[in-house]
Design a protein. Sequence first.
Length: 564
Amino acid sequence: MKSQSKTTVLCAALLAGSAAASLANTLVTFNVDMTAAIANAQFDPATMSMAVRGTFNGWTPTALTNNPLGPTPAVYSQTVNIPANGTVVDYKYTIQPAGTYEAVRSGGGHNRLITLPTASGASFTAPLVFFGDVPAAGDITSTVTFQVNMAQQININAFDPNTSIVYSRGFFNGWGTGNPMTNDPSIRTTNQFGLVNSNVYVASVDITGSPGQTVDYKYFFDTGATWESPTPGTGDPADNNNRFFNLPTTAASLPIIYFNDAVYAPKATNATTFQVDMTSQILNGSFDPGSGTVELRGNFNGWGTPQILCTNNPAAPNTNIYSVVVPLVDGIGAREQYKFWSSISLNGGWETMADNRVMTIVSGTAQTLPVVFFNNLDPADLLPVDTTVTFRVNMTNAVGTDAHAFDPASGDLVNLNGVPSFVAWDPSLPALSNDPVGSTNYSVSILLPKGSPVMQTYKYGINGVDDEAPAGNNHVRYIRQTGAYVMPLDKFGTQTVETSFGNLQASPSTAGHVLISWLGRPGVHLQTKSSITGPWTDHPETDSLSSTNWPSAGAAQFFRLIKQ
C-alpha cells in the first residue's frame, strides 16, 4: 500500500526548500537611541527596558542592552542571527515591560524596514535610529540622489525621451509631482544581453527627517500617468510594495535600478491568456455569475484603466473559469504584475494575497498561463455544506499574556477571539459555556455557513482580550466532518497546529476485510489502483471519512489520498 497526494508531495518539496533556506543566515545588529525618549520622560532606564520585535522573531520581544558607563548610555542594541538573506525585514522597537511600540515617521504608519544582504552569513547593522523618530538634536537634512534606468521603457515605446518626464515620488514630497529627473549621459550600463545604454535619469533631492527613518518612494512618468510596480518582496510589504531607503546622515546616492525592475532586453509581443477559477467565490456566496463581472488588472493597464474584462464559456466543462487574451509588449524576461478583480464586496473586489501575481514575457508570440483560483482559494478547502462546529478548551491554570489568571469565581469569561468565516475574524461571538458544569472545560458551538474554510485559525481569550498567546500564534485545526463536528479539546496557551490530512494506514479488520484508515477532512478522498503502472480510480464516497473496510479478496490494491 502506498499513500500519496498532491498536497503531501507539494509540502515535501516546500519543506526541502525550507531546510535549504535555513542554512542561509544574516547577523543583524539592531540599535536605537533613547536620548529624546528619556528627556521627555517616555522611557526610564531605571525601571524599563528595551526590545526589538519584527517578522524575524514573530513580533515577540528580543531584549536590547546598553552600556551605562560607555560614551552612549542611551543607545540600546542587540545582534540577532536571522535565518534568511536578501529579504525585507519589518521591525519596530518597544519599551518593556508594557510592550509600548514606537510610532515611526514612515508614511502610511508602517514598520521600519531593512533589506538583508544577499550573501549568506553576512553581517549587517541596521541604521541607528531614535525611538519614534524623535531625534534629540532635531531633524537633519540630507541630499539623496535618485537614479533610474529608463532603457527598457524607451525600448518598448512606453517612454519618449524627447517628451516624457520621469519623477521620483515618495513620502518626502507627499507623492507629488516635484523632483523631475534628467538623463545623465555619462552613466553607461551593460546588461546581460551585451546591450549598452546611457538612459539613466537622476535627481538630487534634499530630504528632511529623522536619521535612519524609513522613507518610501517610487518612480513615475507622465506618459500614461505610469507608476512602476517593483518586484514583489523587494519593497514595503504593507504599502503597495513601494521602494524604500533609510535616511542617511550624509549625502548619498541610491542604487541604479530599472524602472519597474524591467531590464533592458530584446522586445517581444506575447498574446497572453489569463485564466481564473471563481468556484470558491460562488460556493461561499460572494460572487454571482449571473450578474457579477471579473476583470484583469495589472501594471500593463494602469491597474484598471482601460478595463480588461474576463468572460466564461457556458459550454465548457467548468463554467466558473473566466479568461481573457491580452497582447503584452515588453522585453524578454520582463515580469508583468497583475491581480484579478471581481464585483464582490470583499476587499473592494481585489484578490487578497499580499503580493501581486507575476508573469514573465517569453520569446515567441503567445503563451497561456495556468488556471489559478481567485484569492488562491481552492474549493476543496471550503465546507460544501453548512456545518455546526463545537470549539472546546481546558482552562486549568490558565494565565493570559497580560499576567491575568483566569478565575471563574470572580466572573471571568472565556471567549473565542475569532472564527474566520470566508470574510474575516468575528469579534462578536458568544462566550464559551462551562461544559460540563463545575469542570475546567468550556465550549461553544458555531454554525459555519457553506463556503467557510475547512482550516480554522483561532484563539481563546479571557474576558474578550487577545491574551492567550503572542500575535500570530494561533490554534490551527481542520473540520473533519460536515454537518456537525466537535473539535478536539484545546489547552489554553498551548497552540496546536494540526496536519491537514494524511497518515494513511492498513490494518487487520473483520474476516475478509482490511481496515484502511487515515486523517481525513472534507475535500480529501481515497484513490485506488490494482497495478503500480495502472490508472487511479476515484472514490469520492470516502470524502470527509477517516476509514473504510476494504475487501481483502482479489488482486493487490494500491491506495493514496488526494485533495483536488
